[in-house]
Design a protein around this ligand. Structure first.
Ligand SMILES: [Ca+2]
Length: 509
């Protein structure tokens, strides 16, 4: 009996140690923030003191990658630990899409629930919710809860897509049952004004030939149609305050229990609508001002952790879902007022691109007192956040996932990053391996309507990123033996999935 009691005491002590060893985990994911949009990455044209605090106080990765050059697939990989090009549905989703991640899939938040964490998703989602025929006026499920988030308050897709409402734990916030919300991505509701029919109602105009001219909310026309739900409509300029406050409330509510917070910043994605107190802050118009606002938001969260004595027990990972874009749907002076600022730094391409700026993004891992400030040129990817966090909290992973454990690299204890990763951009894939990137030959336009270069190279691309960071020297025909080796490795890595949903045909090789 006494022995049992002793064992129990020992077990309790072990559990207490284990609990104390479990840090809170926060993943902050910006939306379309470029490598060069952070002052700590060398930009003198924007001032982001709070991003810099994480960058300079933690490990700043110079070769940190999103998994994809667009939002939905990038986020899919973060939460599932799977390459998004293996799932044909992991493409940019409309605002009424059903939940992309299956309830049966192993996810980062569910894994952390098993480890004893309370989990929350706040901000931008863009992974679909509910079923395809959902009623927005009832409980929308399956959603974030069904894949492992105890609490969620989200925008369903992006801030430029309908419905322009917040969804908290599967319910539209502030909905009046007498004014039901209807959403469609196929046809307008009769009599409802759109950006096309009522341009006089707009305060921000859609860019020519870039859509964004459907239903109007807050003087901004969106992608997609909606009707009703007037009492639930968000006001874009208040969104940063809304989500930042929710994040702080969630943190305050955990009272010493370990938590995981996914905080999806909506900036600097279009429409760029910073609160009035940030207007003019950057001198670059709405895009720059939205970045300054996002920086403020991050500062609020870090300061809140500090004020609550949690900063030294919280691992903070900061990154962006994909690279930057300027003209992405609205006439907001992003190009005209850019000045000398380089959103992608010295990288080539941007959002949508297989060139580096599509997926190489700001990537900082911060843990006060636990991680020594450093700059690391190890190859890391958001795909490996799940595997590394699993290692940190001692949770097993099922076999067959693409995510791997790089905890030592993320925490700065090792500089031996991944040997190779597959990068994705709108269905096209490329191989980053060692210092090199191999881009197979893709047909298709050199640039899309945003003017971002897509990385479609008729003969393919081979670049030494150590010597040629800006990808100006294509070695594909100059080094055929290396190209062949890279192509072989590429084929092995994508075996069974090659171009299964490629929007641009892969040339015969
Ligand atoms: Ca994005």
């Amino acid at each position: 009996m006494q022995k049992t009691l002793l064992l129990s005491a020992a077990a309790c002590a072990a559990l207490a140690v284990q609990a104390a060893a479990k840090p809170n985990i926060i993943v902050i994911l910006a939306d379309d923030l470029g490598y060069g949009d952070v002052s700590a990455q060398g930009s003198a044209t924007i001032h982001t003191p709070n991003f810099d605090r994480l960058a300079n106080g933690g490990v700043r990765f110079t070769q940190g990658y999103a998994t994809s050059a667009t939002s939905t697939p990038s986020r899919y990989a973060l939460f599932t630990g799977m390459y998004p090009w293996k799932n044909k549905d992991a493409a940019i989703l409309p605002g009424d899409a059903p939940l992309l991640i299956k309830e049966s899939e192993f996810t980062l938040p569910r894994m952390l629930q098993k480890a004893g964490y309370t989990t929350a998703a706040i901000g931008k989602w863009h992974l679909g919710m509910g079923t395809a025929d959902k009623n927005w006026n009832e409980e929308i499920k399956p959603g974030a809860r069904e894949i492992g988030f105890d609490y969620s308050n989200l925008i369903a897709a992006t801030n430029d897509r309908t419905p322009t409402v917040y969804v908290e734990n599967g319910r539209v916030v502030g909905l009046d049952p007498a004014d039901p919300l209807l959403v469609s991505y196929t046809a307008n509701f009769p009599g409802e004004p759109t950006g096309m029919s009522h341009p006089q109602l707009l305060k921000m105009h859609p860019a020519k030939n870039q859509g964004h001219n459907h239903s109007i909310r807050n003087g901004i026309s969106r992608i997609g149609y909606q009707k009703g739900g007037k009492s639930a409509m968000w006001t874009d300029e208040d969104m940063a305050d809304y989500f930042t406050e929710l994040a702080k409330e969630f943190i305050s509510g955990q009272a010493g229990k370990p938590f995981f917070l996914y905080f999806g910043l909506h900036q600097p994605h279009v429409p760029r609508t910073p609160h009035a107190r940030f207007v003019g802050a950057s001198g670059m118009g709405p895009r720059g001002d939205a970045i300054v606002e996002a920086d403020w938001s991050v500062g609020e969260i870090i300061n809140h952790l500090e004020a609550n004595g949690l900063l030294e027990n919280t691992l903070v990972i900061f990154s962006s879902d994909n690279g930057p874009v300027l003209n992405d749907g609205y006439e907001d002076d992003a190009v005209e007022k850019l000045g000398d600022h380089k959103p992608a730094g010295d990288l080539r391409g941007g959002k949508y691109s297989l060139y580096e700026a599509g997926t190489r993004v700001p990537f900082f891992v911060y843990w006060k007192g636990k991680i020594k400030p450093a700059v690391s040129d190890a190859l890391v990817t958001q795909l490996d956040i799940m595997g590394s966090v699993a290692s940190l909290v001692g949770q097993p992973l099922p076999v067959g996932l693409d995510t791997r454990d790089y905890l030592k690299v993320f925490t700065g204890k090792s500089k031996k990053g991944r040997e190779a990763i597959i990068l994705e951009a709108q269905g096209r894939v490329a191989l980053r391996s060692g210092d090199w990137v191999y881009i197979p030959a893709y047909k298709g336009a050199e640039r899309n309507i945003t003017q971002n270069e897509l990385g479609n190279l008729p003969k393919g691309g081979l670049f030494n990123l150590r010597k040629d960071r800006s990808q100006l020297d294509n070695r594909i025909e100059k080094e055929p033996a290396r190209a062949a080796r890279m192509q072989q490795l590429f084929k092995e890595m994508i075996k069974g999935y090659a171009a299964q949903r490629s929007e641009v045909p892969v040339s015969a090789d």
